[in-house]
Write a new protein. Structure first.
Length: 652
């Protein structure tokens, strides 16, 4: 049948939260059997995969497809020595499926397995294997000389080209010249393919459109992408999805090549969609096509086969009609579902920000090599051990998060024992919120600040319902640092006489939601508070929050750093002025300067700039110290400083 866009295509629209939940549930239902399903195709526990059960032979492309998926989700379970033996077997080959020797397709899939397995999962390869790998890399590089990759007697294929490109890129062998050659080829081919679709030509191929789009997108730096190219990319994606059939599939692609024993090979929807969804540069566009992608996954659910053990599997439907379930097709479906779940994770993040009327999370972050480099350090007393606050937070909170962040990005969760929640407490003005913001900066995750106004926006009567809406969304969200700020009133002791009824209700609603979020372990959440003692015991007890850390004013030495200029109206080098005035820096002076918060010290520096002598400098310091927050007396007759000493017991 002619390939053409559907006549009644609806305008793309973003899914609601309920629709996102439903689609993610469908993904998780399919994912339940993925490891057991692929295990059914494994050849004699070697780590290699048969094309179908009973083939009794390791297939190059099937093994590459399965290895790529299992390593992506971190579930390759073959021992390193055995994995090495598998790679040695694959490297010794020069073809597959009866294709010509040293063809780009077979070589690319051999190197796909090598790239997926050699560094993390395999024992080190020998020198002879590495020499063969080098020759294979050269074969793939040579296949790109004219842009499109082809197998003899067949025209160049965007599918084969994208396969070769991604393998060489992963191996660090994709030169700038080759990138340009393929980029130019893809850009020249894409309009032609789009034109054939619009003309309803029988030669049109939606798969070719998709792979050409992937190639040009991946090989065009953002700084060089023109508005015309961006518009063409959007049109290509729209055209591709308009060619989707009512059952969620696409018309058969043009033939890629001929298998001697099996027949014609074609593109497979799920293999192609896996690569399409993996393109980060297309993520913004792809979010508009979640309804189409839901049709794809529903099609997979309808067309599932059952193996002898009842476990699900799939077939490409292109050949082997008597033995339908294929390992590579099954792995492709699972890999597509995994990539769809990753796209859904981004959709959930954006839906949450939109629901709270906040700016969408940024898509690009500045990579930071050091945690909170500009934050002025203080000390923290943990069980009698007085240490640097920044070093403590780095060692006990931020570094474990950074070490596990990649797993979360891949669809896993933080490992058990990783601290993912914290309460930052201390007197007002000690930059608790500012410090909280440094953590997402280092992780390159967006910060989501939630304050009581978000819960009260529909009135007092709806506060618990609104809390449920927000926390329900947080349960589905990942790769976000959530700051619950100014929540002191909402988490007071439920038995205290001055706790409002709505505060007690909210605490009751929050506790199980926080426990659920903690169990999912896919985001970080922090509460910043001035009043740790008033916190509900159920909130601050161990197990609810992993770290409870007191944030105090910057220490004397940090305030005296030469590189820091202070003052409200002008830059003031405090250390230099104190020396010039001849101020004796004794323990009392150090203590009083250390007691001042950032803004309080800033105000002192402003007065210090006009002090004519040491006496006036000390008088200015005494003035600001006597009025600082640590010297403020509370209703119990204690200064904040005395209270802070008592609250050191909460640190952990």
């Amino acid at each position: 049948m002619p390939l053409a866009p559907s006549d009644n295509v609806k305008k793309p629209q973003r899914f609601s939260f309920a629709e996102l939940e439903s689609l993610r549930l469908l993904c998780r239902q399919i994912q339940q059997d993925q490891e057991a399903s692929l295990k059914s195709f494994e050849y004699k526990n070697t780590g290699g995969y048969q094309h179908f059960v009973g083939k009794n032979k390791v297939s190059v492309s099937s093994t590459g497809t399965c290895a790529l998926f299992l390593t992506t989700i971190g579930k390759w379970k073959v021992k390193p020595r055995q994995t090495k033996e598998l790679l040695q077997d694959l490297i010794s080959r020069d073809t597959s499926g009866g294709l010509p020797e040293y063809n780009a397709y077979s070589i690319a899939w051999i190197l796909e397995s090598v790239s997926a397995l050699e560094k993390k999962w395999s024992a080190p390869l020998d020198r002879s294997e590495r020499a063969k790998i080098g020759k294979m890399e050269s074969i793939l590089q040579n296949s790109l000389k004219t842009g499109g990759v082809q197998i003899k007697a067949y025209p160049p294929s965007a599918y084969l080209t994208q396969l070769v490109i991604r393998v060489l890129f992963r191996r660090g062998k994709l030169t700038r010249r080759l990138k340009q050659v393929v980029r130019d080829w893809a850009w020249s081919e894409l309009p032609q393919q789009l034109g054939m679709v619009q003309a309803k030509s029988k030669a049109a191929d939606a798969f070719e459109v998709a792979y050409l789009l992937m190639l040009h997108t991946a090989l065009t730096p953002k700084s060089e992408k023109t508005p015309e190219q961006t518009s063409t990319h959007r049109t290509a994606l729209k055209t591709f999805f308009e060619c989707q059939l009512n059952d969620g599939t696409w018309p058969l692609s043009r033939s890629l090549f001929h298998y001697r024993n099996y027949g014609i090979a074609y593109c497979y929807e799920y293999e192609m969609l896996t690569q399409l969804l993996h393109q980060r540069e297309l993520r913004d566009f792809l979010l508009d096509y979640l309804p189409n992608l839901r049709s794809v996954i529903e099609s997979a659910s309808r067309n599932v086969y059952r193996l002898d053990n009842g476990i699900q599997a799939w077939s490409s439907g292109h050949f082997l009609q008597g033995k339908p379930a294929e390992s590579w097709a099954t792995a492709s479906v699972y890999h597509f579902v995994h990539e769809l779940d990753r796209l859904l994770a981004e959709a959930f993040r954006r839906e949450l920000f939109q629901y709270l009327d906040l700016a969408p999370p940024p898509q690009a972050f500045r990579i930071q090599k050091t945690f909170a480099p500009a934050f002025l350090d203080s000390t923290v007393n943990v069980k009698g051990d007085i240490q640097s606050l920044k070093k403590f937070l780095w060692r006990e909170f931020v570094k474990p998060l950074a070490d596990g962040a990649k797993n979360v990005e891949k669809g896993d969760k933080f490992k058990k024992g990783t601290p993912i929640s914290a309460i930052f407490f201390g007197p007002p003005g000690t930059s608790k919120t500012d410090l909280s913001e440094r953590i997402p900066d280092f992780l390159s995750w967006p910060l989501l600040t939630i304050d009581p106004s978000h819960l009260l926006r529909n009135g007092m009567d709806e506060i618990q319902a609104e809390a449920n809406h927000i926390f329900r969304r947080l349960e589905e969200t990942e790769r976000v640092v959530v700051l619950l700020d100014e929540f002191d009133e909402f988490v007071r002791e439920r038995g205290s006489s001055d706790a409002e009824q709505f505060s007690r209700l909210l605490t009751t609603a929050m506790l199980p939601k926080l426990a659920s979020i903690h169990k999912r372990a896919t985001l970080v959440f922090i509460i910043a508070t001035n009043n740790i003692q008033q916190f509900d015991l159920a909130i601050r007890r161990p197990g609810r929050f992993d770290r409870v850390v007191q944030i105090m004013p910057p220490i004397f030495e940090e305030k005296m750093k030469k590189k820091k200029n202070w003052g409200v109206k002008e830059d003031v080098n405090v250390a230099r002025i104190l020396r010039a005035l001849g101020v004796k820096i004794d323990e009392q002076v150090k203590e009083r300067i250390g007691d001042l918060t950032f803004l309080e010290f800033d105000a002192f520096a402003t007065d210090l700039a006009t002090a004519p002598n040491a006496q006036e400098a000390i008088r200015a310091l005494d003035y600001h110290w006597e009025r600082c927050i640590l010297q403020t007396i509370d209703k119990d007759g204690k200064t904040w400083k005395q209270r802070c000493v008592e609250e050191e017991r909460f640190n952990r």
